[in-house]
Structure formats: C-alpha cells, structure tokens
Write a protein that binds this ligand. Structure first.
Ligand code: FES
Ligand SMILES: [Fe+2]
Length: 371
C-alpha cells in the first residue's frame, strides 16, 4: 500500500445488523425443563426447548402487559405468563388461552402473538434469526420466516469431534470483530513459551480476495501463528497443509485447515449483546486428533488460552474506550478492519436503497505486515 497514506481516523459505529442469524446459547444449556433469558442486539429473549426437541425463542415481554415470559412456566409446549396466565404456543408465539375471559366474551385469542423468532440448533449452538424490524411485544406480529438457514461449519468427513468455547467482552461488536481479524496483536497478546514470543515478529504477505458479503484469506501454507497449526504440524504431513480464513457479514469467521484426509474447521462469531458488550463463541470440528487421547483436551486448552488472552485485552481496552479516544486504522495490518466497516456500510446502503450490495474490494489484494 501507499507509504504516504495517512492513518484513517475511524470510530466504530456499533450499528447492529438485523436480518441475520446469531448464536444465542450453547445447545446444551437449552432444555425442556427451564426457560433461559438471553439478550441479542439489545432485544430480551426467552429461549427453551419444546418436548419435540425443537428449540424456540420468544420476545421476553408478554404482549399483555410486558411481564417477561421468562418468569413464567413451560410445560414442554406452551409458555404461560406468570402475571395473568396467558398461554402461548412456544414455537409460533400464538396466544392459546386467556384465563380471565368468560365463555360469552369472544375476543379472538389466536390473533394475539408473543413475538417469536426463527430458532435452530446448529453445531453445538442454538441460533436465533434476528429480523428487522424487531418483533415487538406489539401483540399481533406473526413469526418472521428467515429466508435462509443458520450458518454451518464446513465438514469433510462423517466422523468428527467438536468442542466450543465462549467468553463475554465489555466492548462493542465492532471492537470484538476487528480485534478478531487484527493480525498485529498476536506477538504482544498471544505470548506463551510454548507458542511464540514477540521476538519472533517477521514480515508476512497474505493474499486476500472478495467473497459474497466478505473476504477470504486465500488457501496457503499457514504461518506458525494459526492456533491449531502447531499441533497439526506435529501429527500430519506439513507439506500438504492448506488453510483458508473467511470473514462473512455480520460476524462470521470461518477457518478451515486441511492436510490430506485430516481437517480442522472452526466458526468463530462475535455477537452483539448490547452497544458496549459482545460475546465471542468458537466452535471447532475436526477429525485430526481422534487417535490421540489428549487431542481434544489439548486443543481446547490452546483455544481457551487464546480466547482468554483476547478477552482480557478487550476488558483492558474498554477502560480506554470509555474516554472516547480518537481511533485509527493504519495501512495493511488494519486493512481487513477497514473492509469490515466498508462491507457493513455497503450492506446497509444496499438495504436502504434496495439495490445490489457494492463490494468494497474490486479483486484480489496482497497485504503485508509484520507480526
Ligand atoms: S402480562 Fe402476561 S398475561 Fe398479563
Ligand atoms: Fe487474538
């Protein structure tokens, strides 16, 4: 990139992107015995699992007088509000009973809805489709049908293992995401004797290309600071290793590593909870370490270390962000962060105008940085 280019002052806008699937909770935490409260994009939700096994999500405010439905009761099929006992079908949100009505009062109960959300199990998590406009507890909103399925982790064999990790961070989703794609913090944040030190900084060159709604760091021999790579290199033939990292709106980071018949695939998401609060969830699937007894544990240990280092960094960063400082995006190391903001802006503009989304990248780009 141009040497005389000035740093760009850029403050994250923290605008939420509606009309996408978001990870809500680990699937294990959603069961038929109990209702769970979750906040996504500042909307309060109540999650549960019907007797049939299907997860559901409702707006957590009763359309009658706003009592959170999460204080109510669930019998495996209907959610009953704790205030006046209205009952709602858990999957559709449709009202099915108003106990105070007498037999000659013919209010059309089934025209009333507690806002319900598209909800699916996918790779260890329950995902919720957050539409625009938000289904308010306005009372008559029928469930929104998501036009596309929840994102899925690419898998390359029938047998595989999987694991997940989650961490909350007191920063906006934008800081969470640009922190995730930022190549320059590695040597400083992710130091460990068994991994690397800041003295290992060297120049890197990576190829990027546009993909729908995002960009790809093209398949290549990974450098030694990709998380599972050091483990993988011990067990597989290093010559054949390729890796691809995709970022896709609104918050998806796919990493795929393949070495012959072995593969490792992960999807990391940064989910907006509130304006200044986000959550990072990593789910990994692999068939690589199946034959090593400590493989899964070791992998989880490495990932947990990384996520904790990022979490602690962003917790500290949030102290500075409270002062509303000027922020910069500089040169190639921060180019992916700029693409993220440009993609977001292009998406919102396409939505506003009803036209095609104009991708900020016109073709492949090679970026250089030291890390
Ligand atoms: S507030 Fe829920 S039934 Fe009245
Ligand atoms: Fe990191």
């Amino acid at each position: 990139m141009n040497d005389v280019e000035l740093p760009v002052r850029q403050a994250p806008d923290s605008v939420f992107l509606y009309g996408f699937w978001y990870r809500a909770l680990p699937a294990k935490q959603v069961h038929s015995k109990e209702l769970q409260k979750v906040v996504l994009l500042e909307s309060p939700l109540v999650l549960g699992r019907a007797r049939s096994g299907a997860p559901f999500a409702l707006y957590d405010a009763c359309p009658h007088r706003g009592m959170p439905l999460s204080y109510g009761w669930f019998d495996g099929q209907q959610v009953e509000c704790s205030y006046h006992g209205w009952k709602f079908d858990a999957r559709t949100g449709q009202c099915q009973l108003i106990p105070s009505l007498t037999s000659d009062q013919n209010l059309k109960v089934d025209r009333i809805y507690a806002g319900s959300y598209g909800c699916e199990d996918r790779d260890e998590y329950v995902w919720v489709f957050v539409p625009e406009p938000k289904p308010q507890a306005a009372g008559f909103t029928k469930p929104v049908q998501p036009g596309f399925p929840a994102p899925q982790i690419p898998k390359f064999s029938d047998n595989y293992k999987s694991a997940y990790l989650t961490a909350e961070m007191p920063v906006s989703v934008d800081h969470g995401i640009i922190g995730l794609m930022d190549p320059a913090h590695g040597p400083f944040v992710h130091q460990a004797w068994w991994w690397r030190s800041r003295h290992s900084i060297h120049e890197k060159k990576k190829d990027f290309e546009p993909i729908p709604n995002g960009f790809r760091m093209s398949a290549h021999m990974p450098s030694s600071n990709s998380a599972p790579y050091k483990l993988l290199r011990l067990y597989a033939d290093a010559e054949s290793i390729t890796t691809t990292i995709d970022f896709v709106l609104p918050n998806l980071r796919y990493e795929t590593i393949r070495a012959g018949k072995y593969w490792f695939s992960s999807l990391t998401t940064v989910t907006p909870i509130r304006r200044d609060h986000c959550r990072i969830d990593v789910v990994a699937c692999w068939n690589i370490f199946r034959w090593i007894p400590f493989g899964a544990g070791l992998l989880k240990f490495v990932f947990a270390k990384f996520v904790e280092q990022d979490r602690r960094t962003m917790e500290r960063q949030s102290e500075g962000l409270k002062q509303n400082p000027h922020l910069m995006l500089i040169d190639d190391a921060d180019r992916p962060a700029r693409w993220y903001f440009q993609l977001k802006a292009a998406h919102l503009e396409a939505k506003r105008s009803g036209g095609e989304m104009k991708h900020p990248m016109t073709g492949p780009v090679t970026l250089k940085w030291r890390s």
